[in-house]
Design a protein around this ligand. Structure first.
Ligand code: AHR
Length: 633
């Protein structure tokens, strides 16, 4: 028998309780969410030929070859490089792009192809392009006639008669002459909300279905960079897409087991697009900025205190970019990009996984400047690993003294650890800073191990842990699983919430746990108890209950990590419940079961039944998560 009661003091669940942590790791942005299909479209990679091949240029001898490509560079520009293509001997010169581990194209869909070209000299009449399959067989072709001199944009639309996971783009030139080319781009027409040059629809849909309370971006370690020069600088990621300055991705060096030197950041998905995505998802935007400290796991380079101003200014300008009206400098830039209405930014993060005296010294400067100008903005501060490495919690003492508002803690640990630590926030000081559990995920093997699995055991242990987050919603204001995305052929880190390839994506069991909690977060915490005690792992049962005053419901989440099923009878006491019970069950044949591209054996199943004598009676199968929803009368 379990008892259900109102709490003595009203504990509200924040609308931001369950959110999304987005970082461009595992090809999450370029090659993933950002739907561009051409890798290194403007030849800006440190190795500018990355992704490109000239299959019939063998000898580099002007007399014999069909042509060749040289990289030209204009150091005064942010998008410096372009390709000079010399076509010789009236032969077919071919340039091929391999995409991001191939180019995924779907039967019956259309693809916008575009490029900038300057006709320099000679008699090149047309650019012919085709999509070819893995064996080099043509799937679809287009042609663009070259008109006049000077740089011009050319466009064409491919129609695909078949589905191919690893196609290539082949561009063929014939004649004699020289052309310059830049921004060679290919996008599906069918993007999220049909935006030209937009985001991959199936991936955004999965985010949308989570109903996230916030979107944290752009990371993660990517915020900090391997060096200060390689930190994420939001101002370089807005404005005209073609002018955004390329930067190598911090995760290109990943871990020894996954070196991905062909991993760059085009910033086609930049800060404006992140704000727009937050708006589309109905999620609060949560940008995290560099605090002048490079990643501790790389160089740990530190900006001197006297040089910190530009970093602080970036934070102030970002708030103006998001919230200023079009009369302000940065608000005008946002308006000119197409969003005159402010984005209503409420949160900003100062540093990711930073700690110690150096961090506190810098945090203080940020806090003073931000709150002097924008007292209502909530600042998220970072924390560091505890001496035993269990939590990123180091720094709380100092942050508490400074009246910090929200502290970001990270934990990647074993499933057993998650089950054991469900009561972690029961002990937190109710008058201290609020918690942002900004990155967590159960690791089936160990942190940064390449063979971690998104299996049912990891998801179940996270569900158990999340009951502890939810019943402590007076302290825990924000939570997010990490990392979010992984390309099956381009990842650096496991486990991850959503896996995708060039054609498809699938949701992991961990995703469905997040979805069930987020879609059923409710508005007010209720007490669910056994013999006057919270249900926090006794007999391997975990539970949390909430009221949803918007939908007029009581929602109970129960996790059974036992190998035996349990029957429970929940007594709603003075709470007036209706009859109909919606029961959602998430379970799996084995703890080792995983979802995959081919099948999702772990997926919520719903059934409807009724209360008996006003009590809620249910069976919780072995190793399962059950969500019960009952209308309030
Ligand atoms: O989620 C992967 C990485 O883990 C993040 O970039 C970093 O913040 C943490 O160490």
């Amino acid at each position: 028998n379990l008892d259900l009661k109102e709490t003595s003091s009203a504990v509200k669940i924040q609308p931001t309780m369950y959110g999304i942590f987005f970082e461009d790791i595992n090809f999450a942005a370029d090659g993933g969410l950002y739907a561009e299909l051409i890798k290194n479209r403007s030849f800006e990679f440190d190795e500018p030929f990355t992704g490109w091949k000239q299959p019939n240029t063998k000898t580099l001898s002007p007399n014999l070859d069909s042509g060749f490509l040289t990289i030209y560079s204009d150091p005064a520009k942010t998008n410096r490089n372009y390709a000079r293509i010399t076509i010789l001997n009236d032969k077919n010169y071919i340039l091929e792009n391999e995409g991001f581990r191939g180019i995924g194209i779907h039967q019956g869909e259309q693809y916008d192809f575009s490029f900038d070209l300057e006709n320099v000299s000679g008699n090149i009449a047309a650019v012919n392009a085709s999509l070819v399959d893995e064996n080099g067989k043509e799937i679809s072709s287009v042609s663009a006639l070259i008109k006049g001199k000077g740089w011009q944009k050319y466009t064409a639309v491919f129609k695909s008669p078949q589905t191919v996971e690893k196609a290539k783009l082949r561009i063929t030139f014939t004649g004699n002459g020289i052309v310059n080319m830049d921004m060679i781009s290919l996008f599906p027409k069918d993007t999220w909300k049909g935006r030209k040059g937009g985001l991959r629809k199936d991936l955004v849909q999965k985010l949308y279905d989570l109903q996230p309370g916030f979107l944290r971006f752009p990371g993660g370690c990517i915020v900090e960079g391997r060096t200060l020069a390689e930190r994420y600088q939001w101002k370089k990621t807005i404005g005209n897409i073609a002018d955004r300055e390329y930067l190598i991705n911090k995760w290109s060096t990943g871990f020894p087991h996954r070196l991905t030197p062909d991993y760059g950041q085009s910033f086609g998905l930049g800060f404006y697009e992140y704000f727009l995505l937050s708006e589309d998802l109905g999620a609060e935007p949560v940008p995290i900025l560099s605090c002048g400290m490079a990643c501790q796991f790389n160089t740990a380079e530190l900006v001197k205190m006297q040089d910190l101003d530009p970093y602080v200014q970036d934070a102030l300008d970002l708030i103006e970019f998001a919230n200023g009206d079009s009369g302000t400098k940065w608000g005008r830039i946002r308006a000119e990009m197409g969003h005159p209405k402010p984005f209503n930014l409420k949160f900003i993060g100062v540093g990711n996984e930073q700690w110690g005296a150096d961090y506190i010294e810098r945090y203080k400067v940020f806090e003073k400047a931000i709150h002097a100008k924008y007292p209502d903005i909530k600042i998220i501060s970072g924390s560091g690993p505890s001496p035993d490495g269990e939590f990123f919690e180091y720094g709380w003492k100092e942050l508490k003294q400074l009246n910090a508002q929200i502290v970001d803690e990270h934990y990647y640990n074993s499933p057993e650890w998650f089950m054991k630590n469900v009561g972690r926030y029961d002990q937190y000081d109710r008058s201290g800073p609020k918690v942002f559990a900004g990155e967590y995920a159960a690791q089936s093997v160990g942190v940064v191990k390449p063979d971690n699995k998104n299996n049912w055991l990891t998801a179940l242990s996270e569900a158990a842990f999340m009951t502890g987050l939810e019943r402590n919603a007076d302290v825990v204001y924000m939570t997010s699983y990490a990392p979010l995305f992984a390309h099956a052929d381009g990842w650096q880190w496991t486990p991850d919430l959503i896996w995708f390839n060039n054609l498809k994506s699938y949701a992991t069991p961990n995703y469905y746990v997040q979805k069930l909690f987020s879609n059923n977060k409710g508005t007010d915490v209720l007490k669910i108890e056994h013999n006057g005690k919270a249900i926090s792992g006794q007999e391997k049962l975990y539970a949390t209950a909430v009221k949803d005053t918007k939908n007029n419901e009581i929602i109970i989440k129960m996790v059974n990590t036992d190998t035996q099923a349990k029957t429970v009878n929940i007594k709603p006491g003075t709470l007036k419940t209706g009859k109909k019970i919606t029961k959602i069950l998430l379970s799996a044949p084995q703890l080792s079961t995983e979802n995959s591209f081919d099948a999702e054996p772990i997926k919520p199943k719903e059934e409807i039944y009724e209360t008996k004598n006003g009590e809620i009676f249910t069976l919780i199968p072995a190793n399962s998560l059950v969500v019960l929803k009952v209308k309030i009368k």
